[in-house]
Design a protein around this ligand. Structure first.
Ligand code: SAH
Length: 396
């Protein structure tokens, strides 16, 4: 049995952990010495009474995660296998769906183990380790997969260098190596996936329901602008939904070939679409100057980004981003406003939307909204984990 190190919880935080809050933060602990990554920690109150048990692992979000509130639980092979088994059962319908072969199998604290996610790509499993601490338990986790599922191969992303960034190396772990691009499906649409290239594999799985909604309900006959477009996933769905034209704008050079590839594997002529490698904020200026307007504008910026001319922070700058979009959206057009920023919630996001329209002197109607899809299971005690907010807005 591993030694458990007691951490005394400040009295104001005791009830929070007792009611299921999973993240171990610096503020909550009386004295948090630098522990060894992967150390098993026991949270106790000032009388040394047991509250919860977890592991130490420094990541941008905190210093580790609670894994159980049962003192008798051992954090052993069986513990991890049980958690992963429950998570796999929860995604049963996804495993059966022939039209969607890429989804999340394990979503960190939402499935009971913060700091770890597992995604499925057509027989391959991709592990994301968010701290050295959780990486310490890798054998348990990989053994669990070996026991519970049939896989072609396993890949991993270590997201724990000094700044919590991805460590570039060979990401292959077990089984057989994949051939990349690997083609996976999402609601019948193809995606080209690269599991051994960088931290980003080609698609953000959490936007699945939004992509389908754009294709099935909004795109037909529309001239669509997709900003921060990455591999153009929203553009592909819009084109398949009958958009007259899509324009994809992203700063990164790689986005052009990646977007051409995504159109190509879905039988769409990319030459009939616009793919622009440029700073979105420059593009907005250009569009205003050319009096170019769109029926649909999709906004999906990163929470933080620094380009040559601009720094963008969702919390500070989303309102202005919306104002730029409002200016080039046709009357009765749709704006799809998305953010993955976990530092504010839906109410505040809707506040940005309201302020942007008011300051632009325009009226709007909220059409529908989305948060994470069901495979991205969240914990109700940890609302920060439910980071995705997407709102469909009609400019009136
Ligand atoms: N909407 C995409 C995901 C966006 S990821 C999808 O659904 O797949 C964020 C993207 O924003 C990255 O590809 C990054 O290159 C791009 N980006 C960041 N800052 C930018 C800027 N100022 N202008 C244009 N693109 C930017």
């Amino acid at each position: 049995m591993k030694i458990e190190i007691s951490l005394k919880v400040k009295s104001t935080f005791v009830n929070k952990f007792k009611s299921g809050y999973p993240l171990i933060t610096k503020e909550a602990i009386i004295k948090l010495n630098d522990l060894e990554e992967g150390a098993i920690v026991k949270l106790v109150d000032d009388q040394n009474r047991f509250i919860a048990k977890g592991y130490y692992g420094k990541q941008n979000k905190g210093y580790g995660w609670v894994l159980t509130r049962n003192e008798l639980d051992q954090l052993d092979q069986r513990f991890f296998t049980d958690k992963i088994r429950v998570a796999i059962d929860y995604r049963k319908l996804f495993f059966q769906d022939k039209e969607t072969t890429a989804f999340r199998v394990f979503n960190g604290e939402g499935d009971g183990i913060g700091g770890l996610t597992i995604d499925y790509f057509n027989g391959y499993y991709l592990l994301n380790w968010y701290s050295k601490g959780i990486y310490h338990f890798r054998e348990y986790i990989i053994n669990s997969l070996k026991e519970l599922v049939e896989f072609k191969g396993i890949y991993q992303k270590k997201r724990f260098d000094e700044k919590g960034k991805y460590i570039e190396e060979d990401d292959f772990v077990a089984g057989e190596r994949g051939q990349f691009p690997m083609i996976v499906k999402e609601n019948g649409v193809n995606f080209a996936i690269y599991l051994n290239e960088s931290a980003m594999v080609g698609v953000f799985l959490d936007q699945r329901d939004v992509r389908r909604t754009i294709r099935d309900k909004y795109a037909n006959g529309k001239n669509v602008l997709n900003t921060f477009s990455y591999t153009g996933a929203f553009s592909v769905f819009a084109a398949l939904g009958g958009a007259t034209k899509t324009t994809s704008v992203d700063l990164a050079n790689r986005s052009r070939s990646k977007t051409i590839e995504q159109f190509g594997i879905n039988g769409i002529d990319y030459e009939a679409q616009d793919i622009i490698v440029e700073d979105v904020f420059n593009y907005f200026k250009y569009a205003v100057k050319k009096e170019r307007k769109f029926d649909m504008v999709i906004l999906d910026p990163p929470s933080f980004a620094r380009s040559k001319k601009f720094t963008f922070s969702a919390e500070k700058d989303y309102k202005n981003l919306l104002k730029e979009a409002i200016a080039i959206t046709e009357k009765n057009g749709t704006i799809v406003a998305s953010t993955n920023c976990s530092s504010f919630g839906m109410d505040k996001f809707k506040g940005f939307i309201d302020a942007a329209f008011k300051e632009s002197g325009e009226k709007y109607k909220l059409l529908e909204e989305f948060s994470l899809p069901t495979d991205f299971k969240t914990s109700k005690e940890f609302s920060e984990g439910n980071y995705l907010k997407v709102v469909f807005i009609k400019k009136q």
